[in-house]
Design a protein around this ligand. Structure first.
Ligand code: WTA
Length: 640
């Protein structure tokens, strides 16, 4: 069994790769080493452009060097990768063993135990809690011991609850343990999370126990299956022997929307994910030892996983967990937090930037932002106005903006500027260049991959990519590997300039993006109330949210409900089963929906109507009954 005290000796730096003949040390290049110390030793690589090419062409040597340099292994892997994108097979660092918490905590406790690992930026400004690496390791050990004592074994799935649509996820994941808090606190409001958990867990017979932490002082009813988490943790030892995990053991699952109603549980594994999160965190944000890294994303989103938790902690950073909202108690909250915590890299979503720019520059100017070095954007395209404001007003024109393109599926950032490169150019509104080892291709309708615009695919596997969809590998293959055989298909469209810079143009499938939250239109459509016969949901351009939700509903003939009642019912139902942000902004009641003769709703037509692009309606010849379009147009005019 792996012993905690041996972790130091087990560090397997660059030498191992050299010893195993994976690298050639003879052409050590100071120039590359200055940009990326891990890359020293690649033969013939003398600058970052060739490093980029090298990481594409000699992907295995590149990733081997990175894995050896950046991760602490319990036992070495024997194969760098065993992947076949055609068959949806993805395995990295096969045969290796490691422990993620050792990589994120123990090894930093050896070198800098009193460095602050995380700053919990609580909802109330000025009430932050700082936790050092030593303390975080102790808390982790206590919780680990408690989980072990309560029968949670290696390989078991534990659900941590901070988002909605809980019961379905618990059942799909087959979780026996749920961790939650009595109440959540956000923007000055209390949210009764425990109550939601109680209702969900009542329908999940597999759940044996619910750990309840106390975020507020409001008592909650504790059932037989409930465990008072902090009280029990206090009785546990502060030392817990870490398990040695296979590189390809599951690390976590995150549920995300696809183009059909059922969310997909995307599976990420240990070594490859951790390596990719740590490497991108360092090079995209130009993170340096001692920096305070402020990613204000929700922790339950992949962005929170990769850039609040795994990436920064693997790099020994001080990371901020932001609990509040951009406008609580006022629209200066982000910048007041930047000043108070001396944040060096700030990472947020365009939807928040668009919201804040409407409140005016004075909220930004009020606070000192001189600690800021890099500003990041994630989740949706950032429009030029927001980009300029972020750059000029928030960053005083001196901080590079990194517009980072990636997905839950990719595990970490795939296309983004890299300000760590000495002469990196950044064009507003562009995600710019692929990360090391990422090889994008744009495939057009003729399936030629040399095109300058088209479906964004990635031509070779990388360690951070998702391995499968939980319980449905076939769906993984069909969604990502089959549309363009041999490539990983992202679902997004993109274009490329002559310089090789990428711009993301948006989703190609029926997935919309509201305030950075990704929602399948079909998920919203699933929320029929009893009066509704069928519905079609589309996204439309929204000033602040990026996209808003517009629902067309056809009522059942016998429906006996007033329009205001119907609207309220639909909004309530969507808020409850998905989340408030998914609730429709507009609900248009229609006699029928435009459909093809094969019965497929023509969302393209609905989008044209809502975006008032009637000239773009184009060919309606496949419609079953073209007069349906006229009705839709009239209904829309009446509503708007
Ligand atoms: C969109 C978020 C344009 C895209 C990390 C992608 C973006 C989906 C950007 C993934 C960006 C994310 N520019 N679009 N910089 N970043 N997207 O899984 O459509 O929540 O496929 O992961 O968001 O959303 P997800």
């Amino acid at each position: 069994m792996w012993l905690r005290c041996t972790s130091r000796r087990l560090l397997t730096p660059f030498n191992r790769a050299l010893k195993h003949g994976r690298l050639n040390a003879s052409s050590w290049s100071g120039k590359v080493a200055a940009v990326m110390p891990e890359a020293a030793g690649f033969q013939g690589v003398t600058d970052r452009a060739t490093l980029q090419e090298f990481s594409h062409a000699h992907s295995d040597s590149f990733w081997a060097a990175m894995a050896n340099h950046r991760l602490t292994w319990t036992s070495a892997y024997d194969t760098v990768q065993d992947c076949d994108l055609r068959r949806g097979k993805v395995k990295w660092f096969v045969g290796g063993k490691l422990n993620v918490s050792v990589n994120c905590l123990d090894r930093h406790v050896l070198t800098c135990p009193d460095r602050v690992a995380l700053i919990w930026e609580r909802d109330e400004p000025g009430a932050e809690v700082k936790v050092t690496y030593r303390e975080l390791l102790e808390m982790t050990c206590r919780l680990g011991n408690l989980l072990r004592r309560r029968g949670v074994k290696k390989g078991d799935c534990v659900t941590i609850y901070i988002s909605d649509a809980l019961a379905e996820r618990i059942r799909d994941a087959n979780s026996s343990t749920v961790i939650t808090v009595n109440q959540g606190v956000r923007g000055g409001k209390m949210i009764d999370l425990k109550k939601t958990v109680d209702a969900a867990v009542d329908t999940c017979p597999n759940v044996r126990q619910v750990f309840v932490a106390m975020r507020t002082e409001t008592p909650v009813v504790m059932k037989d299956r409930d465990v008072a988490m902090e009280e029990e943790m206090a009785h546990e030892e502060a030392v817990c022997e870490p398990a040695a995990m296979d590189s390809e053991d599951v690390l976590f699952m995150l549920y995300t929307s696809g183009s059909t109603g059922k969310p997909k549980g995307l599976v990420h594994t240990q070594a490859g994910y951790l390596l990719y999160a740590s490497l991108t965190h360092k090079y995209v944000f130009d993170y340096h030892d001692g920096d305070v890294f402020g990613c204000v994303a929700d922790i339950g989103w992949i962005t929170g996983h990769s850039y609040c938790v795994y990436g920064p902690l693997a790099n020994g950073a001080t990371t901020v967990l932001f609990e509040s909202t951009p406008i609580y108690p006022d629209p200066g909250r982000y910048w007041e937090t930047v000043q108070r915590l001396q944040i060096n890299q700030f990472y947020g979503a365009p939807t928040a930037i668009r919201l804040l720019l409407k409140y005016g520059d004075q909220w930004v100017h009020k606070y000192d932002r001189s600690s800021l070095k890099t500003l990041g954007s994630v989740g949706e395209p950032i429009n030029t106005e927001a980009w300029e404001w972020y750059h000029k007003v928030v960053g005083d024109g001196r901080c590079p903006i990194v517009d980072t393109w990636w997905q839950t599926e990719t595990g970490g950032i795939c296309i983004a500027p890299r300000p760590s490169d000495p002469d990196a150019e950044i064009v507003p509104g562009m995600a710019m260049r692929p990360f090391f080892g990422i090889k994008p291709v744009l495939v057009d309708n003729e399936l030629t991959s040399k095109s300058a615009s088209g479906a964004l695919c990635i031509a070779q596997p990388w360690p951070g990519m998702a391995r499968t969809i939980h319980n449905n590998h076939q769906r993984f293959i069909e969604t990502y590997c089959q549309p363009f055989p041999g490539y990983f298909f992202t679902g997004d469209g993109a274009s490329r300039t002559e310089e090789g810079y990428y711009q993301i143009t948006g989703r190609l499938d029926d997935v919309i993006n509201v305030s950075g939250h990704r929602i399948g239109t079909a998920e919203i459509e699933d929320n029929h109330c009893s009066a509704v016969a069928e519905s079609a949901v589309i996204g439309y351009t929204h000033d602040i949210k990026g996209q808003g939700v517009y629902a067309f509903v056809v009522l059942k003939k016998e429906a006996d409900i007033t329009e205001p009642e119907l609207r309220q019912q639909l909004k309530d139902s969507v808020s409850k089963s998905i989340a408030k942000y998914a609730s429709p902004d507009y609900i248009q009641i229609a006699q029928r929906l435009p459909k093809t003769r094969s019965g497929k709703i023509m969302r393209r037509v609905l989008r044209n109507v809502v975006e008032r692009d009637l000239e773009g309606l184009g060919d309606l010849s496949t419609l079953d009954d073209p007069t349906a379009v006229q009705e839709i147009i009239q209904g829309h005019q009446a509503l708007a």
